[in-house]
Write a protein that binds this ligand. Structure first.
Ligand code: MRU
Length: 416
């Protein structure tokens, strides 16, 4: 049974919310990592002093647990996923979200399918059908299909249902580790861009802008777009981040602001429409966003509104970078606008705004009761507007040739 479980010692509103990223390793500001402002640099999430990821397997080994991201930043609630139905519900209803985390969740969903298959008359066809269901739970993030395919192919030749379940579980855990490591490397590679800007600007803070949440919560650790920010902070570089609120579900103001704030990174939440104005006035040095699916030719699907940021960045000569692990490339596609499926979500998400009022969560209707709404969840930024990609293997331009040079082992398409 899917269950919502509050962690008793950490009912969080809001000052006591202690989800924050923790930096590990060498720090620039002395052996304790203590910064001038008294903050300790942090990069992994910690709750009650313990490292916490947004997903883990419960010690019973049959329940997957996730942080319920719908309840952040005001409450830390753990959501139990015990069946494939629970897993699909969690993905569709945004209990978990963000391309890499959707992939890891789906991989663990395949594990739950493998466990159930052991009790079926025809375990093989049951398992395959459940994998198909998982793959279609959200359309845009390619990590979902990639992860389901990877774990199911890994056990293609395993006949014994019990052995199959164990191997699927191990493969899902491997994906989680690999995604965390990819994000760590994205941080190492991307921080060089921030260092270059800092050298040009001198002592002034480097101003970044990001859209949606491509942070620890969207990944397993570090985040993609946030990883270079955490790495820069760790090196003692003075940064400030403009955080697009990211309507309608406010992943920016709810989640990115929470992550950056708990880490001690200077940030300001802005409306989704403010970025162009800030860029015109020289108040943005670098845009870094994540992506849900990027074609082998460099077209980028990401949260709705990303395209408009890229246009504004192009018009104002502001570098626009996309941070992604290789699991987010779709090597099959060559034309993002024509080929990437764009999720359309419930219009009520646009009409109704949710927030906290005197410690109570409230939903309020904004437009007239009978005004219809449309809710396109993603858009595609053409490669020509993207300055470059920050990946686990390094930074490259947004062209098929450059991407292929960085990933020669992957089947990037050749343009006619
Ligand atoms: O609808 P969401 O919240 O799943 O959308 C998430 C995004 O658009 C992120 O920017 C993207 O998944 C990259 S996460 C590293």
């Amino acid at each position: 049974m899917a269950g919502i479980r509050k962690i008793p010692s950490t009912i969080l509103y809001p000052e006591s919310c202690i989800v924050y990223p923790q930096i590990t390793g060498q720090r620039a500001n002395g052996p304790t990592g203590q910064r001038a402002n008294g903050q300790t640099g942090k990069r992994k999430m910690k709750v009650d002093g313990k490292d916490m990821r947004p997903i883990w397997l419960h010690e019973d080994q049959i329940t997957v647990q996730v942080i319920d991201q719908r309840r952040l930043p005001h409450e830390l609630v753990v959501f139990d996923i015990a069946t494939v139905d629970d897993c699909i519900h969690a993905i569709q209803h945004m209990v978990v979200r963000g391309a890499p985390l959707i992939g890891v969740t789906a991989a663990y969903g395949v594990y739950l399918a493998a466990l159930s298959a052991q009790r079926q008359n025809d375990p093989d066809s049951f398992f395959k059908d459940e994998c198909r269901r998982l793959k279609t739970s959200r359309p845009t993030a390619v990590n979902l299909a990639w992860a389901v395919d990877r774990v199911s192919h890994a056990v293609e030749r395993v006949i014994d249902p019990s052995k199959r379940a164990t191997q699927v579980r191990n493969e899902a855990a491997r994906i989680a580790e690999e995604e965390a490591e990819s994000c760590r490397r994205i941080g190492e590679n991307g921080v060089k861009l921030i260092e270059t800007i800092r050298e040009q600007k001198g002592e002034e803070p480097v101003n970044l802008l990001t859209h949606c949440n491509a942070g620890c919560l969207a990944c397993v650790e570090y985040g993609t777009a946030t990883a270079p920010m955490y790495a820069a902070f760790e090196k003692g570089i003075d940064i400030h981040v403009w955080v697009d609120e990211t309507r309608p579900l406010n992943q920016g103001s709810r989640l990115t602001a929470l992550e950056l704030g708990k880490c001690g990174i200077d940030h300001t939440v802005i409306t989704d429409n403010a970025g162009g104005h800030l860029m015109q006035h020289g108040m943005v040095d670098l845009v870094i966003v994540g992506t849900d699916r990027t074609t082998g030719t460099g077209d980028v699907a990401n949260k709705i509104g990303t395209y408009l940021k890229a246009l504004a960045a192009y018009d104002n000569d502001v570098p626009f970078y996309v941070a992604l692990p290789s699991s987010t490339f779709d090597w099959e596609l060559t034309d993002g606008v024509a080929q990437i499926p764009i999720e359309e979500r419930d219009p009520e998400e646009v009409r109704v705004v949710e927030g906290i009022d005197q410690s109570k969560s409230r939903k309020v209707l904004v437009p007239p009761l009978d005004s219809p709404a449309a809710n396109f969840a993603f858009d595609v930024t053409p490669a020509r507007l993207v300055t470059g990609f920050i990946t686990e293997r390094g930074i490259c331009r947004a062209t098929a040739e450059d991407i292929r040079r960085l990933f020669p082992d992957r089947a990037a398409p050749t343009l006619e």
